[in-house]
Ligand binder design. Sequence first.
Ligand code: UT7
Length: 333
Amino acid sequence: MAVRTKIIGTGMYVPDRVVTNDDLAKLMDTSDEWIQQRSGISTRRFVDGETPADLAFEASKRALASAELDADDMELILLATLSPEHDFPGTSFFLQRRLGLEDTPCVDLRAQCSGFLYALSTADAFIRSGQYRRVLVVGCEVHSTGLEFTDRGRAVSVLFGDGAGALVLEANEDEKDSSGILQTRLHAQGEHAEKLWTEAPGSALSPRLTQAIIDEGRIFPRMEGRFVFKHAVTRMPEVLLATLNAASLKLDDVDLFLFHQANLRINEYVAQQLGIPAEKCLNNIQKYGNCSAASLPMLLAEANETGLLEAGKIVTLTAFGSGFSWASAVVRW
Ligand code: UT7
């Protein structure tokens, strides 16, 4: 039997500090009503001194505990983020140090809100090729230190939160065990790179950062919300159906649909378009906001902790985000 990649541990972590919509309304012209109506978000978590690697460390510890393995059982760390600890080295290196590892290889992957699925798919390829047997895959974001909490930034800053999620993956060579990642599909369209982006600081600029760049707000994320929304509700169903088709499965075969947590309205619209019943979808954006690359592993960890993922269940993970990037994965639990 060909090697299949099995998810044997999940974990998530969010910082303690809860920030409500009313808290944000004290800083800018917005309201609880607007935020809930447009996005479904009630609260998000913000760090209070913690770094991305701190969040990633806590999520990884939990994933390792749930897999009943130690950090030094991991042969590779893949970490997806759009909010790195520093310009370089990657956040995965700071995580590796926190985990007490000496020479485990580390890679940061950058595919924004689809980053976790890009990392999962890459880890799957490494495992199926035989190069590694156990991989730690992490999605981790600290958005709150890079948002503009003013009227100018309100269209973006109310949407995002901080958090981390992690999975432990292992090669499954047991012929009687059909669980594991069945298919993944990745897509990108750089044509729309500037529709959702943070321009500066960046090495395309010389110097990379000036007072004028800061004053013009080019250090903060900018988004053409409606344009992004339209693409998200088209690309997510498209890639989900293609990935299911590649796995010879139908929508009805799926027990749990997990979509990236950018906007509850996007996910409701997609589910409605595909005729997916609400009880087959899990969302946590109401509590945590959009945690970009961390959203899907956080959601998967919650699903696992609440007992939604019994052996044999089919679960799909689907994302859309900046780049543009979009992706899907189908897993038999
Ligand atoms: O994670 C990566 C992928 N991201 C996404 O998929 C996000 C996709 N886009 C969206 O989810 C939605 O476009 C948003 C939630 C970002 C915005 O919702 P919208 O219904 O598209 O609103 P809009 O941007 O068209 O703005 C409507 C109005 C505007 O005022 P006018 O021009 O109608 O007077 C905005 O200025 O709402 C105003 N507005 C706000 N009002 C109160 C924008 N942000 C806010 C705010 N509070 N925070």
